[in-house]
Design a protein around this ligand. Sequence first.
Ligand SMILES: Cc1cc2nc3c(=O)[nH]c(=O)nc-3n(C[C@H](O)[C@H](O)[C@H](O)COP(=O)(O)O)c2cc1C
Length: 338
Amino acid sequence: MTTPTLPIAPDAPWLAPLAGFSDLAFRLLCREYGAAACVTEMVSAKGLIYDSPGSRDLLATTREDSPLVAQLFGAHPDTMARAMDILLAGGPGYFDLNAGCPAPKVVKTGAGAALLKFPGLLVNIARAMARSAGPGRCGVKLRLGWRRDEPVLHELLPRLEDAGAAWLAIHPRFASDGFSGAADREAVASLRRRTTLPLIYSGDLFSAEDAANALRETRADGVMFARGALADPGVFHRLRALMRGETPAAATPASVAALARRYAALAARHGNPHAALLKMRTVIPRFARGLSGARALRKQLSSCTSWEALYALIETIETSEPGAIDAAGESRAAALTP
Ligand SMILES: Cc1cc2nc3c(=O)[nH]c(=O)nc-3n(C[C@H](O)[C@H](O)[C@H](O)COP(=O)(O)O)c2cc1C
């Protein structure tokens, strides 16, 4: 077994890969709010090799953006090894194989969750990536299988361990489930016994309490927040507090305004300013969900065309009714599906 040098522990929550969201600005924001490691959104191995527009932009990083895991998707060991050569020349120190994405545009190329239909191929790709990455530097993110009647992970996990994977992240749904039903924590508890590799749990973590419960029930080594982080990056600090035995501080209108202001500043600095402004128009209402006046804010933001106007609207969050936030933020996060 190869031991990763990444933080994988109950009090070291990761930001999960989130296509369209886990870009440099959002990763930096989540790190400031307690994320111990971040994963890029999935990057196409072919896109990297053929230098298709946007592929390399997804890998933009800075010194503070560390430790960083770059996630690749692809369907052929040689292509993945060639893409790894490109990644190794850049910033990320860690790598991840996407074997869980059920999006039609990914699975129709044989990549993502489609690899779960061909365990031998999946293992060969993991081996090729792990060999390029070096010991302790490459993980695999999985769903439970392609279809409910074909669970494959019991057989697959030991093979991935032999292939040199350094950690495993599991979102316990089948590809055919999409995001329906509940993530199956019992399945992860049972898979825990099939591998000695560090196991990271992902699925329906909408609050720090959800994560603490999932850690206890599955005996996973760590968690990654996805929709929960999109709704409120404060969830990282809250889990850390919970793990220290403290009562996490609840979000307040002032803390939501500070979060929105910081994200706007990071997005303007690290992205295309016009695209960043448009993104803020959809992201800030998500942070403010549950606050008094959230609906009006959403409406005003949707027609906001300047940073000055955006910051002025953020000011109004601060004057929302104190204590007007829904307790766990659950409704904010659950409403998000890809
Ligand atoms: C908008 C969105 C984009 C996602 N993009 C990726 C991705 O690029 N790669 C990946 O492996 N998983 C991706 N996922 C799956 C998440 O990383 C995570 O495993 C899943 O959302 C379950 O966690 P949650 O229920 O706590 O949100 C995405 C999920 C969402 C909601």
